[in-house]
Design a protein. Sequence first.
Length: 350
Amino acid sequence: MGGAEKGVPGTFMSGCTCRGIDVHCHVVPAHFPARANGLTVRGWPSMMAADACHATVVINDKPYRTVSDACWVAKRRLGDMDRTGIRVQALSPMPELFGYWIETNSACDLVRYVNDTIAAIVAEGEGRFVGLGGLPLQDVDLANLELHRIVGELGFRGVEIGSNINGVPIGDSRFQPFFAEAEKLNAAVFVHAVRPTGMERLLGPAPLQQVLGYPTDVGLAAASVITGGLLQKFPKLRIAFSHGGGTFASLLPRLEKGYSAFPALNEIMMESAAVQARRLYVDSLVFDADILRHLVAVFGEERVLLGTDYPFDFREKEPVARIEEAFADASLRERLTFANARAFLGLDEV
């Protein structure tokens, strides 16, 4: 992967004494280009100014989310990082910018534009940002072309993908050529919830998609990796799941019992779910010290990563303090705040 030249961190040059590495941080561009020849593309985003420091993402002529300029201004991020003990952020697209549901050629243009925006922020970041780009995974061949570009040309440390691609679970065999390339390129894969299943079962306002729908979909995505045999096919793949792996830690005992109870499940999994789970990474974004301790017990001390969902309002605002609340052991705190993410992202020196 990329070396330590400006904008492609390998050795971090900043004098910051913070130690945290945040693997779950999002970018939204300050604006989006119009489509060529004035074409209207369903799902293509635009930005509408809200005030001097905020703008609203508009999709299909409807407001989607109002965000702050911390989404695109490097200096804003750096100040917040210093205040919360974060040395490095891994920058990834806001999930609604994956574009899986957009016409393929337009989706490729959108993904490339967002990735180039991330690269520009990385270059402005004084060695304190790394990139996790998006891919047009509705077309795996085109996704692999963009994967090679962002790793080989932009120096990104990996990619962010959705928990499903237009309703298809990530463990489905059609995505194996992508995972093969990610493993080959030593690219980290961070799985984030997007357009979750089961929304019709939620009673209440739209934010319940993030509150309840996201962790449900992430849990099913992690389960699909296990039942789809992905880790057997790609044993060197580094894959992490947002929101603490969602519901997966609660689903795991049932998968483990099913592995012994149902011959058909035993046959497709080939290895116990509990053993496979300890090859996954999850972030720490669960908002609760007891659940955070449970994640460490389930996935292992080397598999939980600091994550915040910065810079959105529904985020962990004191991530290092949360880890310190949950764990007294200094060496474990160091792993959870720093060392595990360094290994996941493949960083040589921080």
